[in-house]
Each structure stands twice: as C-alpha cells, then as structure tokens.
Ligand binder design. Structure first.
Ligand code: SAH
Length: 350
C-alpha cells in the first residue's frame, strides 16, 4: 500500500477574523487579506474562492488546496403550500445530511438550524434521535445552513433558532464559536437578541452558557411538570433532575437578566391535564419566563398522540390563570414532514 501523506486542512469558515489574520501570516500572506476573505465568506456568502475577485489567483489556488471552503449542498427542498415554510436537506462535505427550516413571519425570516448529525438524547417523541448521534457539526457547517438559505431566498435572515436536529449543548464549543461568528459585526451581524438556543436541559452547560455574557434567548425543553413524567419522555432527566434544571435556569436568569423560554410539547394523556398545568405553574412561579406549548407532532415510530385543540387551549388558560406567560406555537409546514428529522430519515432509507 502506498504511504499517503495526509495534509492538514484548515477550516477557515470557522475562524474569527483575528484567527484568519494569524493564518494569513502563517502562510506568508499579508494580514489585510484576512478582512477581504472574511467579507467574501461571511457577508457576500460566496461558495468558492474563485468568486473572491480582489484576491490573487495564486492565493486562491493555494487556499483551495490547504483550506477548502466548507459549503453545504442543497439535496432537497420542500415548500409548504399552506404557509411558504421551506424545509431544506443539506449535504455536508463528508456526505452526511442535515435539515434546516426557513419560516416566514411578519417580523422577518427565521431559520431553524441543526447542531448535530443525529442526536443521542433519546427523547421519546423525537424523530431526530431514532438512529443516535453521528457527530457534532462544525461552526462552519452550522453557519452555512443560514448562509445557503439567505442566498437561496435572496432576503436577509433576521432570526436564527438552534432547534433543529441535535443537542446544541452536546456540541458546546462549536456552538459558542458559531454564535460569535453569526453575530459578528464584520459578518452577517445577526443580533444576539434574535438568536435562540434550545436545550433538553444539560445542567452544567446551562451554568457555563450563563457566564458567556451573551444576549441570546435560552429555550429549555421541559415537557413535564414532575420528575416522574419527565423521565418517561426524556432520558436526560435520569442524569439531571427537573429541579436541578430549574435551579440552573434560575441562575441563568439572575446572571443574564434574560427571559427564558420553556418548551412544553403536549402529549395526549401523558402531560396535558389541568393538574399538570397547575403543577407546572407552581414550578415556574416567580421565574422570568415564557411557556411555549407545542402540540406533539406524532412520528410513526412511536404511538404518542397529539392533545386535541380544546385540551391545548384549556392547558393554556389554566397556566394563564396562574399568571404564567404562555403561547401556543403556530404549526408551520404541516404538509412537509413537520417533525424534526423526518426528511433526513426519509432520504437515509431511500
Ligand atoms: N435538543 C434540543 C433542540 C432540538 S429539539 C432540545 O431538546 O431542546 C427542538 C424542540 O422540539 C424541543 O423542545 C423538542 O423536545 C421538540 N420536539 C422534538 N420532536 C418533537 C415532536 N415530534 N413533537 C413536538 N415537539 C418535538
């Protein structure tokens, strides 16, 4: 067998501007080149070095060799006839696939991105976790979901939610770097206030995130009003008790002064009674928070059913009676494999 020399390739789309400057120096180029290249990547959203017209041909060729640009390729697109929601399937450089969704609201375009290929959290109602975790996404792979969608629609993306496939706190360092780059004034400059990160409740990482000094919104998937019910739906509850999660959230609010969102997927006959609403209100009493109710999106691999509309509204009313801020999530894209992970699974199975 021939002895193949494996060259180290550099992922420059995951680098900050300062790191890119250092890299330019390292490869014998002038540091000012970094600003030009950074702008091509993060403002003009180019997909190849050849588009960087103010960069010399020689440098472009060199970069193609030692720092191939991470670019996602659109494999499939479903467009909802009901509300224009667009669900993308992207192919990563290594052939893995991830899903991202564009939702159009009156206040702007919102993109929901994946943070991992698959997921190892095992939530019972979720399609993304059925085949386990393959790997975490690089910062560039998270960014490029937003970049490719903004390029595709030719309109600015104003909001980003990390609520697609994967557990962002299980890919923490890449997540923080992604946030830094996405909200960088020299890049797409998306406001931190327009960025939401959703977690199933990995307690130590919630404490870490509080210390990052960010203005983002933290969303916590609670889905239960007691430890007992939470354990039935979310295996992560075995590692972190519901009260530990709420203590961490309380610390997050104290440190950041930001209102936290609790996601609560209503599963018929499991967590949707008036008694559940009352207990939930008790747990959240005094917390600067907001509850987002999501009628569970049934997946064929599990027999969970959606609470009917009357039940959802009754649950909302009950929470409101106890002074809790609550909304029901608008269901967008019902006609296009609504639940996370469904499009990727369909493709994996051919
Ligand atoms: N791992 C993160 C983010 C990804 S899931 C988290 O757990 O928060 C985004 C949200 O969708 C979570 O609240 C998750 O519990 C919820 N979800 C996943 N599958 C669902 C389904 N089939 N119906 C309703 N909500 C679902």
């Amino acid at each position: 067998m021939e002895n193949k020399l494996v060259e180290k390739v550099t992922d420059i789309k995951s680098m900050t501007l300062d790191e890119l400057k250092a890299y330019m120096t390292e490869i014998g180029e002038k540091p000012f080149r970094a600003k030009q290249i950074y702008e091509w990547i993060h403002v003009h959203l180019v997909t190849s070095y050849d588009e960087m017209t103010n960069v010399s041909k020689a440098l472009r060729e060199k970069l193609k060799e030692c720092a191939p640009l991470t670019t996602l390729v659109q494999e499939d697109l479903q467009i909802s006839r009901i509300d224009g929601t667009r669900k993308y399937l992207f192919c990563l450089p290594d052939g893995n696939m991830v899903e991202s969704v564009l939702m159009r609201y009156e206040h702007g375009n919102s993109v929901c991105i994946s943070s991992q290929v698959g997921c190892r959290m095992g939530c019972r109602f979720c399609a993304s976790t059925l085949d386990g975790l393959v790997r975490g996404l690089t910062p560039a792979e998270m960014l490029d979901q937003v970049y490719r969608i903004q390029s595709d629609i030719g309109e600015r993306v104003s909001n980003v939610v990390v609520m697609g496939t994967g557990e962002p706190m299980d890919n923490y360092d890449h997540l923080i770097r992604f946030i830094t780059l996405l909200t960088d004034a020299n890049g797409l400059n998306i406001s931190q206030r327009n960025l939401t990160v959703s977690t199933c409740g990995i307690v130590p990482r919630i404490y870490d995130l509080a210390k990052e000094n960010l203005q983002i919104t933290l969303a916590v998937s609670l889905h239960a009003s007691s430890q007992e019910t939470r354990m039935k739906l979310m295996p992560i509850a075995k590692s972190y008790d519901i009260h530990e999660v709420l203590d961490a959230v309380s610390d997050y609010i104290d440190t950041t002064k930001r209102r936290v969102t609790f996601e609560y997927s209503l599963v018929g006959g499991v967590n949707d009674t008036d008694e559940d609403a009352k207990k939930l209100a008790g747990l959240l009493d005094g917390l600067l928070c907001h509850v987002n109710l999501i009628p569970v999106n049934p997946i064929k691999e599990r027999d969970y059913v959606q609470s009917n509309h009357e039940r959802v509204v009754a649950f909302q009313k009950k929470l409101e009676k106890f002074g809790i801020n609550v909304t029901i999530r608008r269901e967008l894209g019902r006609d296009i494999d609504g639940a996370c992970g469904q499009l990727r699974r369909r493709h994996m199975r051919g």
